[in-house]
Design a protein around this ligand. Structure first.
Ligand SMILES: [Fe+2]
Ligand SMILES: [Fe+2]
Length: 165
């Protein structure tokens, strides 16, 4: 991407990537809670461990881009401490907590074999994240379209480019 790109288009594209990732993630979670041999479960755990890296890197970068580039500027119009941006920030932190909980479940898996707990932790994270991105796409970003000027959008796009994890 370059700084001339509409930052809302960029963030919406990242939402699409997140959705694609979550579909794959949920497929693994479904498989692990089904009746399959232990060996296959071990393979799925290795796969899920790999997938969990996504939350620390790609997802964290997306959340930071919204928090660091979009929210401060949009906040000048609709506020940050209360209202929709505040709700979005609370949900970001909730996603981070759930992702931490999921990683703990994975790390404990060989000790407790709690594949149902693991699957539930993953599903809670996936549901929250997917509902969160829907809200941004359908509500918050439409507010941003209404308020942000061309120059503000350009500044946001430039700022986004500096936020890389
Ligand atoms: Fe967000
Ligand atoms: Fe988002």
């Amino acid at each position: 991407m370059d700084a001339n790109m509409d930052p809302l288009v960029l963030l919406r594209n990242e939402h699409e990537e997140i959705r694609t990732f979550l579909n794959k993630f949920e497929e693994y979670l479904k498989k692990i809670s089904s009746n399959i041999p232990d060996e296959e479960k071990n393979n799925l755990i290795s796969g899920l461990k790999e997938l969990a890296l996504y939350f620390d890197k790609d997802l964290e970068q997306h959340l930071k881009r919204e928090e660091g580039a979009l929210f401060p500027v949009l906040g000048n119009y609709i506020g940050i401490e209360t209202g929709p941006i505040n709700v979005m920030i609370i949900e970001h932190n909730h996603c981070r907590d759930l992702s931490g909980g999921f990683k703990t479940k994975i790390n404990n898996f060989y000790a407790d074999n709690d594949y149902k707990g693991l699957a539930n932790a993953g599903i809670s994270l996936s549901r929250l994240l997917s509902e969160h991105e829907d809200k941004e796409d359908h509500i918050l970003f439409n507010m941003a379209e209404m308020h942000l000027s061309k120059n503000e959008k350009k500044d946001i796009a430039e700022k986004i480019l500096t936020i890389n994890i």
